[in-house]
Design a protein around this ligand. Structure first.
Ligand SMILES: [Zn+2]
Length: 239
């Protein structure tokens, strides 16, 4: 597997799906060195190519920048990799349907099978508890570590008034979860409108969550989107 090509595909796909905008990012732990990770330099995700990929150490500093600028919020990734040895990929996004759940007291709950992981818990990180008067960005290891602690063992966490961090034991899992977290938020909002103030919504229960999460690797989803994206990248190269 060409991991950097897969990372390009993850960026392009999440941009296309509206999960990351001009500012979101995806990283993978380096296959040969668990103390390092790869992510793109500061460039719009829909334009990312393999030559934009930079390697970082656990302090989220570039190993060999070659004059390229890293993204401001790279500390989210380094601090999550430090705390979660099993995590192989991290997505930070500003997924629009998710944000309202970060600034109200309505929690995300698992509404359909592909987002069952939501039932494992999606905590909400309040940046003010770490630092008052910030510009909301995770600009250093102190804020990154605070966020990683709030994430704890969970598959994702919200950043109040900002977005989400989503993790996985593989790149397809982190990407798949990012796509279905957005869908879960949209569907939950729709269900709450349909159900009205007093109607009941039937969410997945804990047993259903455990049974679905046990095997869900988003393999079929990844294969489909990867094949489409490889064709597009090849066409781009030959154009
Ligand atoms: Zn951000």
């Amino acid at each position: 597997m060409n991991v950097l090509q897969d990372l390009v595909i993850a960026y392009r796909l999440l941009a296309e799906q509206g999960i990351i905008d001009a500012y979101g990012h995806v990283s993978i732990r380096s296959p040969g060195n668990p103390q390092r990770f790869w992510m793109a330099r500061s460039v719009a995700p829909e334009l990312v190519t393999e030559t934009d990929m930079m390697e970082f150490d656990m302090e989220s500093e570039p190993v060999d920048a070659q004059g390229r600028s890293p993204v401001n919020e790279r500390f989210i990734h380094g601090e999550v990799y430090k705390l979660r040895p099993e995590v192989m990929a991290v997505v930070h996004n500003h997924s629009p349907s998710v944000i309202p759940f970060s600034c109200t007291d309505t929690s995300l709950r698992p509404i359909f099978h592909l987002s069952a992981f939501v039932g494992l818990g999606v905590p909400n990180w309040e940046i003010r508890e770490a630092r008052e008067g910030s510009d909301m960005l995770v600009r250093d290891t102190y804020l990154g570590a605070s966020l990683a602690r709030r994430l704890g063992p969970h598959p994702a966490a919200l950043l109040r008034g900002h977005g989400a961090v989503v993790v996985g034991e593989s790149l397809p899992i982190a990407v798949g979860r990012s796509v279905y977290l957005e869908q879960n938020a949209r569907m939950q909002f729709q269900a709450e409108v349909l159900a009205g103030a007093h109607g009941a919504i039937t969410f997945l229960d804990d047993k259903e969550v455990a049974a679905q999460v046990a095997w869900q690797d988003y393999g079929r989803f990844w294969k489909l989107v990867r094949n489409k994206m490889i064709k597009r990248l090849e066409a781009e190269k030959s154009a």
